[in-house]
Write a protein of this length. Structure first.
Length: 378
C-alpha cells in the first residue's frame, strides 16, 4: 500500500479545497492510501461535508501570529516529523504554497520523504496582499523533489525568474474542477441569460474591462450579470453597480455557498488582464456552463480545445462580442469530474514513483504521459 500525504496550510479559499480533492483522488486509486493535512482552523473543516483530516496542524491568525509560527519552525518541524513517522507516508504533495509550509517541508526532509509542490503562480499578481509569499515559495521549492505547474505559462515564469532549482524536475498537469460535489447540470430557468464573475476582486481581474463591455452591450433584457467576491471598493465596482441588470456582492463567500452561486450562472466570465490559470474555469466547464475568458497568461492554454469556452482579446469590444455570442448558445453537457481527478492524481503519483529514474532538468512533462513517453531530462 502506497501512502501519499497531501498538505495545505491556508485557512480559506481554494488551497484547502484543492488539497482535500487531491487527497480524495489519491485515495480512490488502487493500492493507495491518502493522508490529508490542513490547518486546524481551515474553513473547509467546519463544513457539513468536511473531508477527513488525519493531520490537522495549528497555524496562525494575523501577520504577528504568522511571524511567530515561522520563528518556531524548527521546533514545529521536529514535532511534525514524529507524527509523520507514525503516519508513514511514502510521498508528500503540497497542494498550494502558503506562508507556513516551511515546518512541514523541514519535517518531511528530516524523515526523507520525497516532496512535490503544485506551483500556481510564478509572480505576484497586482492587488495580491502576500508580498513574502514568493520568497517562502522559493524556499519550499529548494526543499522539493518535484515541481508541478498547471500551465506552461507558470513553468516558463519560474524558469525566467530563476526560482526553479536547476536540479528540480517539473511536471505539467491540467487542473481538474474545484468542487467537492459533482456540479449540478444547467437547468432552464425561463429568465435572462445569467453572467457570473466570481472570485477574489483584484485589479488584475480587470473588472473595469467587464464594466465597459457590459456598457457596450447595453441594457439587454435577455442578459443579467452578477459579480461576487471580496476585494477593495473602487471605480470599477462603482461602474458595475451603476449598470442596469448588474448586481455586485463584495463579500467573502463561504465554501458552502460556492456551489449555489455557480449553479445560478449560465455563463462564467473571466475578463482578466493577466492570469496564471483559473480555478473557477474548469469548475464551470464541469458544470456544463459556458466560459468566456480573455486570451491572456495561461488561460488560452488552459481552455484550448474546450467546446464550452470562448476566448477573446483583453479589450471591451472583444469581450462584449464574446458575451453576446455565448448568450445565444445552448448549455453543454456535464463531464465526469471524478475521472479528471483520478487522471490528475495518477499522473502525479506516477512521476513521484519514477523520480529516481529522472535526470534533473526543468522540462515540461504532461501528467498523462507514461514514464516511457517522457522526454529525456538532460
Amino acid at each position: 500500500m502506497t501512502r501519499v500525504l497531501v498538505w495545505q496550510s491556508g485557512r480559506y479559499g481554494a488551497g484547502p479545497l484543492l488539497a482535500a480533492l487531491l487527497a480524495r483522488a489519491f485515495g480512490r486509486l488502487g493500492g493507495v492510501e491518502s493522508i490529508l493535512s490542513l490547518s486546524s482552523a481551515a474553513e473547509l473543516l467546519g463544513q457539513p461535508n468536511a473531508p477527513p483530516c488525519q493531520l490537522p496542524v495549528r497555524t496562525h491568525s494575523g501577520a504577528a501570529g504568522g511571524a511567530w509560527r515561522l520563528m518556531l519552525a524548527p521546533l514545529t518541524a521536529r514535532r511534525l516529523a514524529a507524527r509523520l513517522r507514525e503516519l508513514r507516508p511514502d510521498f508528500a504533495v503540497c497542494a498550494m504554497p502558503a506562508p507556513l509550509d516551511l515546518p512541514m517541508a523541514l519535517a518531511l526532509r528530516r524523515i526523507r520523504i520525497p516532496i512535490a509542490v503544485i506551483v500556481h503562480d510564478a509572480e505576484i499578481h497586482p492587488g495580491d496582499v502576500f508580498p513574502l509569499l514568493l520568497t517562502l515559495q522559493n524556499a519550499l521549492l529548494r526543499r522539493a523533489d518535484l515541481a508541478i505547474v498547471l500551465t506552461s505559462h507558470v513553468g516558463a515564469g519560474l524558469q525566467a525568474s530563476g526560482a526553479l532549482p536547476s536540479r528540480l524536475p517539473m511536471q505539467l498537469a491540467k487542473l481538474p474542477p474545484l468542487a467537492l460535489e459533482q456540479p449540478a447540470p444547467p437547468e432552464p430557468h425561463g429568465g435572462p441569460r445569467r453572467v457570473l464573475c466570481f472570485g477574489r476582486l483584484r485589479s488584475y481581474k480587470a473588472l473595469d474591462l467587464l464594466a465597459e463591455a457590459l456598457r457596450l452591450l447595453g441594457p439587454l433584457p435577455d442578459i443579467e450579470a452578477r459579480v461576487v467576491g471580496q476585494g477593495r471598493e473602487g471605480a470599477a465596482l462603482a461602474a458595475l453597480r451603476a449598470l442596469p441588470g448588474v448586481t455586485v456582492e463584495n463579500r467573502w463567500v463561504p465554501e458552502g455557498e460556492v456551489g449555489a452561486i455557480l449553479n445560478w450562472a449560465d455563463i462564467v466570465v473571466l475578463p482578466y488582464r493577466e492570469a496564471s490559470q483559473s480555478g473557477i474555469a474548469p469548475t464551470a466547464l464541469a458544470a456544463g456552463r459556458r466560459v468566456v475568458a480573455t486570451r491572456v497568461g495561461g488561460l488560452a492554454e488552459q481552455l484550448a480545445g474546450e467546446p464550452l469556452a470562448t476566448l477573446c482579446e483583453p479589450n471591451a469590444s472583444s469581450l462584449a462580442a464574446a458575451l453576446a455570442g455565448a448568450a445565444k448558445m445552448a448549455p453543454g453537457s456535464v463531464p465526469d469530474a471524478c475521472a479528471a481527478w483520478r487522471e490528475f492524481a495518477a499522473g502525479i503519483l506516477h512521476t513521484l514513483t519514477h523520480l529516481p529514474e529522472l535526470d534533473s532538468a526543468a522540462t515540461f512533462t504532461d501528467a498523462r504521459l507514461s514514464c516511457a513517453e517522457q522526454p529525456a531530462r538532460r
